[in-house]
Design a protein around this ligand. Structure first.
Ligand code: FAD
Length: 516
């Protein structure tokens, strides 16, 4: 007999994990061992366009977890299930085999995953097994906050105000629910109990990642809860340095202890600067659940030692608003499942005519050869590091959809392939915001001028110079928008499209969806 905790790709941690905590309590109450289970289904990776870097990150974290769980005498069983539709049956078969009356898991809000869990729940009930699903990904669970009319929020600002009030109403929000698991008593020799029944080794991860890329990802984005906690502390306690761009290990960099002038304190003012290392770089860890959002919010509240004001100029207040975007987009995914099915939230833009036959332009964008330095630096940074600053993501997404008029779904897919923090709700939300097709989007007539954006976001030019060696000698406006002869001389492409002409085309097509 045992209790089963079914771990997923989005909750890869022991600390502050709601379903794990509940499973542990149940096991203690029943006086039986706790077992952790992880199912790998390659079809899940394909269905969500999850790239090799993120899959590799998941496997690295699984190895790290296996070690930490074994210190608590909790075995981790990792199994491969080729067909994702067979997962519910195999989970309930597993419960039957090990007489696990109670199964615990945290909810994943994507449509297929919700269907899978409902199926598991039904199948379990029909055979006398209880599947318990917990809200864990967000600090305020999807569906909890609604408008006065009882509808899901589709506008961020009122959602965020309600979100902040809810979080402030309980400083240790949900803390009591998430005590760390006590672990199995060492006298219950779980290895003896379970080893004859299954192999506890983790299957090899053949994810198609080149060895040098894998090594770089491991160095820049180290796995494990300890690494995530250090990154959070670095953000809260150390100062940013303008020389650190892209290729920085967020764990080891930033040792200057300066509580009054640290990254988070400067965040309100500096967060849109692409040329310095000002943001937390926690997204990969939040996306895979290596750290919980509750831990991030509690740490900032402790740092302030009070409730958080919604003040945009306060660093912590502003940072919390970014975390609220993450909850907001997850809320949207749960409330409007069509957004995860490749459909725009604003259906009226379904008919916009895209330039999807422009293969050379699309490839130029992907490899960072559009002739627009800020866009190219961004794409080269993503290709190299699996991550780039939010403002850079916005500029390049706006450029692909409005200047090149290439379908936002092409960009969404490419980001998922390359990003280490690829997350369906945030990525879809970001792309649909930039393409003006999403909830509370950028209005279609507010088209970023990439050159002005570049001057504002990268005023030192360090970001562009770092990622485009061809332009390293340039400064000022020449760097942000190189004159054609200079570009030719330096072997850098001329712009593949004229921004002003492209802008007019985008305005026309958005105004009259369906027309050229
Ligand atoms: P910080 O500025 O330190 O913010 C803290 C945390 O808040 C982030 O780690 C993230 O979890 C959350 N957050 C911040 N901004 C946003 C936002 N706009 N939307 C949702 N959550 C946010 N984020 C992802 O985690 N995964 C993605 O796949 C993803 N794709 C994006 C695609 C586009 C086109 C755009 C415009 C944005 C995307 N974002 C995505 C949001 C954002 O760019 C990243 O979360 C952020 O750059 C991560 O860096 P950070 O951890 O240093 O963020």
């Amino acid at each position: 007999k045992c209790v089963v905790f079914w771990m997923r790709m989005s909750d890869l941690r022991i600390t502050d994990n709601k379903a794990l905590s509940r499973a542990s309590k149940q096991a203690q109450q029943d006086g039986i061992p706790l077992l952790a289970l992880f199912i790998i289904s390659p079809q899940d990776f394909v269905a969500h366009d999850i790239g090799a870097r993120k899959i590799d990150f998941v496997f690295r974290n699984l190895h790290s977890l296996k070690k930490s769980l074994s210190e608590l005498h909790i075995p981790l069983y990792v199994a491969v299930q080729k067909r994702r539709k067979d997962i519910p049956t195999s989970i309930i078969d597993f419960c039957e085999k090990y007489e696990a009356r109670n199964l615990f898991a945290n909810i994943e809000y994507e449509v297929d995953e919700l269907r899978r869990d409902i199926e598991t729940l039904k199948l379990g009930l029909s055979k006398g097994y209880r599947a318990n699903f917990e809200h864990d990904k967000c600090i305020v669970e999807p569906g909890k906050l609604v408008t006065k009319q009882g509808h899901a929020y589709a506008v961020y600002s009122p959602y965020q105000r309600n979100w902040l009030a809810t979080v402030n109403s309980n400083i240790s929000y949900h803390l009591e629910d998430c005590a760390n698991p006590t672990g199995n008593s060492s006298s219950i020799r779980t290895s003896d109990v379970f080893s004859p029944l299954f192999d506890t080794s983790i299957p090899a991860a053949d994810v198609g990642l080149q060895e040098d890329d894998a090594n770089k990802m491991k160095e820049v984005w180290p796995e494990g809860e300890e690494a995530a906690a250090k990154i959070l502390q670095r953000f809260l306690n150390t100062k940013s340095r303008t020389s650190q761009l892209g290729a920085v290990n967020p764990v080891s960099s930033g040792s200057e202890d300066s509580p009054n002038n640290n990254r988070v304190a400067e965040y309100g003012k500096e967060r849109d600067r692409i040329d310095s290392d000002t943001t937390s770089r926690l997204s990969a860890y939040l996306t895979s659940g290596v750290i919980s959002i509750r831990a991030c919010v509690r740490a900032t509240m402790l740092a302030e030692a009070k409730k958080i004001e919604g003040d945009k100029t306060s660093g912590i207040g502003r940072w919390l608003q970014e975390l609220a975007w993450r909850d907001f987009y997850t809320n949207i995914l749960a409330a409007f499942p069509r957004v995860s099915m490749g459909r725009p939230y604003l259906e009226k833009f379904s008919a916009v005519v895209w330039e999807n036959h422009q293969v050379p332009q699309e490839s130029g964008w992907k490899v960072g050869m559009t002739g627009v330095p800020i866009v190219d630096a961004t794409m080269r940074c993503i290709n190299e590091m699996g991550w780039v600053h939010n403002r850079a993501r916005m500029i390049t997404a706006m450029y692909l959809t409005k200047d090149l008029m290439i379908d936002w779904r092409v960009g969404e897919r490419y980001f998922m392939e390359k990003l280490i923090d690829g997350d369906l709700s945030s990525n879809n939300g970001g792309w649909q915001w930039c393409a003006s097709t999403g909830v509370d989007p950028c209005p279609y007539f507010r088209i970023f001028n990439p050159y002005t954006q570049s001057l504002k976001a990268d005023p030192t030019g360090n970001f562009i110079r770092n990622w485009i060696p061809e332009l390293r000698k340039l400064h000022g406006t020449d760097l942000h928008n190189p004159p054609a002869t200079l570009a030719d001389e330096l072997g850098y492409p001329r712009p593949i499209i004229d921004h002003h002409v492209a802008r007019e085309r985008a305005l026309r097509r958005y105004k009259n969806p369906g027309e050229e």
